[in-house]
Design a protein around this ligand. Structure first.
Ligand code: TXA
Ligand code: MG
Length: 352
């Protein structure tokens, strides 16, 4: 199948492309589209056969459930058993936006979408193009990140095409996403709401609305717990071996320079993920600035593209600085640690 790529800058001006995407979705096909977090790979979420195509295109294990995306809050009630007060309050505060809620599923949601679970993940994205595609596609669009399973999520259409060319009907190119990391997932089916995946909606923000919220503790453990099946797989990983070095900037740079030199002497291609503040401390290697420490959002936005660009350069060993696990930093470290397969060198005194 030849994948059509259509640029969309304005949902009104480009309404033909949106209508075409809607037609494909309604017919059971696959369309990738931008959201504010990452690009999604969409299919009709109420059609088990369509959802099955997502698993095939991504090479995704079939027990890993999909998020259903809606464009209208009223549609939530169609796909869940009941809408609890907590869900209403969260929707009022954060929808449309980068928050996914886990609720008990209604009968109309096929097990093919939920990976056999009795619960369903639901999100209402803020991105206007996403909202238009979802509405055009019938209102219930199952969409995981539009990457090959295990790879870093795509934050632009070029990366979607890299993974999905000839596997899906259409890609809507809406430019670079604004956030760059996947939505926060909160489970509302348990007594105390629990964060299954950290994201741009932080624990502090959820607490303000819900009062009590649990999370899985340190992202260095599997913060997903047993309930988010997708989080147990190797994720977000570049082909090169990623190692995180944690500590004071000068000490980190010294260590990374040593490690990099050793690998280079053995003939390996080495890359370093640095920040605007620290890039000057590195010698010799291919240094990529992912963002500035003055602004966590810039790092979140640059992370996946940086990992993929090291792959483009054939880098075999990647060394990265660590980030403070506060606010958005929690989501950044959660993804980085998974991408590194838990490989962290800790130079800080208090953690040793
Ligand atoms: O920002 C996002 O959430 C992006 C964009 C496209 O919306 N989507 C995304 O989907 O990240 P995906 O499939 O890559 O990640 C969904 C995660 C997986 O870890 C999955 O296991 C978990 O959500 N999940 C889905 N349904 C669930 C359920 N019923 N119970 C527990 N976890 C669930
Ligand atoms: Mg994903």
């Amino acid at each position: 199948m030849k994948t059509i790529v259509k640029k969309v800058t304005d949902v009104e001006k480009d309404k033909e492309a949106i209508a075409e995407a809607g037609k494909i979705l309604k017919a059971g096909g696959l369309v990738a589209f931008p959201t504010e977090t990452v690009y999604g790979l969409g299919a009709d979420g109420l059609n088990a056969e369509a959802a099955a195509k997502i698993y095939a295109a991504k090479g995704r294990p079939s027990d890993n459930p999909l998020i259903i995306h809606i464009a209208d809050f009223e549609d939530l009630a169609v796909i869940v058993k009941s809408v609890p007060e907590a869900a209403k309050a969260l929707a009022k505060a954060f929808w449309p936006g980068p928050l996914t809620m886990i609720l008990d599923k209604a009968d109309c949601v096929p097990y093919g979408t939920t990976g056999g679970l009795e619960t369903v993940a639901v999100r209402m994205p803020e991105n206007e193009i996403a909202a238009a595609v979802i509405a055009a596609g019938g209102g219930f669009v199952a969409a995981p990140s539009a990457n090959t399973s295990g790879k870093p999520s795509p934050t632009n259409a070029r990366r979607v095409l890299e993974d999905m060319a000839d596997k899906i009907e259409m890609i809507i190119d809406g430019g670079e996403v604004s956030i760059g990391l996947e939505s926060t997932i909160v489970d509302l089916t348990v007594a105390v709401p629990q964060i299954l995946r950290p994201g741009a909606i932080t624990k502090g923000m959820l607490k303000e609305v819900l009062g009590e919220v649990h999370d899985g503790g340190k992202p260095t453990q599997d913060s997903a717990g047993p309930k988010a099946p997708g989080m147990k797989y190797k994720h977000y990983a570049p082909r090169g071996q990623l190692v995180i070095v944690k500590g004071e900037p000068e000490a980190v740079a010294k260590k990374i320079n040593e490690l990099a030199l050793e690998k280079q002497e053995n003939g390996f291609q080495v890359g370093v993920m640095a920040t605007a503040e620290s890039a000057h401390l590195y010698t010799g290697e291919k240094v990529r600035i992912i963002g500035t420490r003055k602004n966590d959002a810039s790092i979140a936005k640059g992370l996946y593209e940086s990992l993929r660009s090291f792959d483009d350069m054939g880098i075999e060993y990647i060394y990265s600085e660590a980030f403070e696990e506060k606010g958005m930093g929690k989501a950044i470290m959660n993804r980085l640690v998974k991408a590194a397969g838990q490989q962290i060198i800790n130079l800080t005194k208090e953690d040793n």
